[in-house]
Ligand binder design. Structure first.
Ligand SMILES: NC(=O)c1ccc[n+]([C@@H]2O[C@H](COP(=O)([O-])OP(=O)(O)OC[C@H]3O[C@@H](n4cnc5c(N)ncnc54)[C@H](O)[C@@H]3O)[C@@H](O)[C@H]2O)c1
Ligand SMILES: O=c1ccn([C@@H]2O[C@H](COP(=O)(O)OP(=O)(O)O[C@H]3O[C@H](CO)[C@@H](O)[C@H](O)[C@H]3O)[C@@H](O)[C@H]2O)c(=O)[nH]1
Length: 478
């Protein structure tokens, strides 16, 4: 093949392709990295001062490497031709049509990149599947590439699986100090050589014992398994949050006590209004679909439970809001604090805010939405995909700050755990609201006793009912 990787191309300039390649360029000044995308507006943004995605620390490393060894381009054929190693980092969303609709990942973008590589390669390449895909997807990519090889003897391809484990909001931290890098490939001499080339890129900054090499199928399945395990933890603690509310236990104390067991560990036990993001639901559904295809219905049902609890938790929270607001939210102004699926990102894909807001809109609540990183256009687009666009037009206001959103509202609903929500002047907010004023904390970030002292009725997910139903403030009454 070649002795050293000198040029890397990444197809897909999204949340994964952009930050991952910026990190490779940052850590490997001797490697030329080009990120390409079919969306030329996105490429223009990557080449501008305002990058298309918000990630703490990303701007700095892009600005330092851009124009030197990091390039963003729309010329996909050229970037493929020139590269030694090509990452496929395109989206693999849940299919919304045809066979597997609502369950299977849509692999049309991955396949289309494989075909483009086959067409323009011109020389041997290592093709790295970075997108999250079902087990055996690498086989389809290899098949397409092998066909091209038959017609052009200059060509040779090795396909590796190298799933990405970064989380949004902490992408740069995760990329610079990953728990592990996983690389799967063939056991042949050529396969091992390709693995070695990719290892040699990561080992510039990742300790060798954290770079795991496996066979291709283990690598592909490990990505789905990791996300399924993580999502399962959230559904487990969210299931417990309902038990806490019904019994007087506090989910924070339960999570703390359970997480103290070193076999369980204390991470990822934060009860919430449900997990969101582009990955967990999609990847668990992909695993469920895979199990069904393999006639492993019991296994499929087991993992489907994780999704069922998540949907139930969102609905349960919305129903709680309606019940606590005297069983009707019609025409009531409700301030929604946070629309992103987690803090420190502007990404709204599968955000629980979409679902809780939609349930409230279906009851004709008037929503005043504030998020520090999500645009009005994005909020309207997400809600418009879920409820009647005319209802969104009529009942949704997007506010420039949280004080404006809360003014005149009957309730505040915290749906994203942005740090700034912890530091607001809640006395000022309280005096601007309708009374009785309620706060529903779907992220457990606010100080409930302080809020109750101000006069708020408070409800926090997974906390005791006497706090949830405190109609008369902390002084108690009647
Ligand atoms: N977002 C995350 O945090 C994350 C983390 C780990 C893994 N993943 C996985 O990585 C993959 C990419 O996710 P993402 O969030 O970066 O997606 P994204 O939607 O942000 O970016 C994908 C990009 O690929 C481009 N694209 C699609 N088809 C193309 C083609 N044929 N040619 C050129 N460009 C094309 C799109 O225009 C888009 O800009 C997915 O499989 C996802 O499951 C995502
Ligand atoms: O204790 C927790 C932890 C997370 N969440 C929620 O879970 C969702 C997902 O959060 P997180 O996993 O931090 O973000 P993602 O960017 O979706 O990252 C996940 O999905 C990526 C895409 O596959 C993987 O690469 C990452 O390893 C995996 O953490 C968000 O809505 C969080 O608010 C909770 O409710 N409670």
């Amino acid at each position: 093949m070649f002795s050293k990787v000198e040029k890397v191309t990444c197809v897909g300039a999204g949340y994964v392709g952009g930050p991952t390649c910026a990190m490779i360029a940052h850590k490997c000044p001797d490697i030329q990295v080009t990120v390409v995308d079919m969306n030329s507006e996105k490429i223009a943004e990557w080449n501008s001062e305002k990058l298309p995605i918000y990630e703490p620390g990303l701007h700095e490393i892009v600005m330092a490497a851009r124009g030197k060894n990091l390039h963003f381009s729309s010329d996909i054929p050229k970037a493929i031709r020139e590269a030694d190693l090509i990452f496929i980092s395109v989206n693999t969303p849940t299919k919304n049509y045809g066979r597997g609709k609502g369950m299977a990942p849509d692999l049309k973008y991955v396949e289309s990149v494989a075909r483009t590589i086959a067409q323009h390669a011109g020389a041997p390449k290592i093709v790295v599947e970075k997108s999250t895909v079902p087990v055996k997807a690498a086989e389809s990519i290899s098949f397409i590439l092998r066909e091209a090889q038959k017609n052009d003897t200059r060509l040779a391809f090795q396909v590796l699986s190298n799933p990405e484990f970064l989380a949004e909001g902490t992408a740069i931290r995760d990329l610079s100090n990953p728990d592990r890098v996983l690389i799967g490939g063939e056991s042949t001499k050529e396969g091992q050589e390709a693995i070695h080339h990719l290892v040699s890129i990561y080992e510039r900054w990742v300790p060798r014992d954290r770079i795991l090499t496996t066979n291709t199928w283990s690598s592909e399945l490990s990505k789905l398994a990791a996300n399924a395990f993580l999502a399962q933890r959230i559904s487990s603690i969210n299931a417990m949050s309902a038990v806490c509310e019904a019994t007087g236990a506090d989910v924070r104390e339960v999570a703390h006590a359970v997480g103290f067991d070193s076999r369980i560990g204390n991470k990822f036990l934060q009860a919430s209004v449900g997990f969101g993001g582009s990955c967990f639901q999609k990847d668990v559904l992909s695993l469920v679909y895979l199990c069904e295809s393999l006639n492993l219905q019991k296994v499929a049902d087991y993992w489907m439970g994780v999704i069922d609890i998540n949907n139930w938790q969102r609905r349960r929270f919305a129903d709680k809001i309606i019940a606590e607001l005297f069983n009707t939210v019609t025409d009531k102004r409700i301030a929604i604090f946070g629309f992103a699926f987690k803090k420190n990102t502007g990404d709204t894909r599968e955000s629980s805010s979409i679902y809780v807001s939609s349930h409230l809109l279906e009851e004709h609540a008037k929503l005043a939405i504030y998020d520090p990183k999500v645009s009005e256009k994005q909020i309207r687009m997400e809600l418009g995909n879920n409820v009647d666009k005319q209802i969104v037009e009529k009942l949704v206001t997007v506010c420039a700050d949280p004080y404006e959103a809360a003014a005149g509202a009957h309730a505040i609903v915290v749906l994203t755990e942005w740090d700034e929500f912890k530091e607001l002047d809640y006395s000022r907010i309280y005096s601007s609201m309708q009374h009785p004023a309620a706060i529903f904390d779907g992220r457990l970030i606010l100080d409930q006793p302080v809020l109750r002292d101000i006069g708020f009725r408070t409800f926090a997910i997974g906390t005791a009912p006497d706090q949830a139903y405190n109609l008369f403030g902390s002084s108690g009454c009647c």
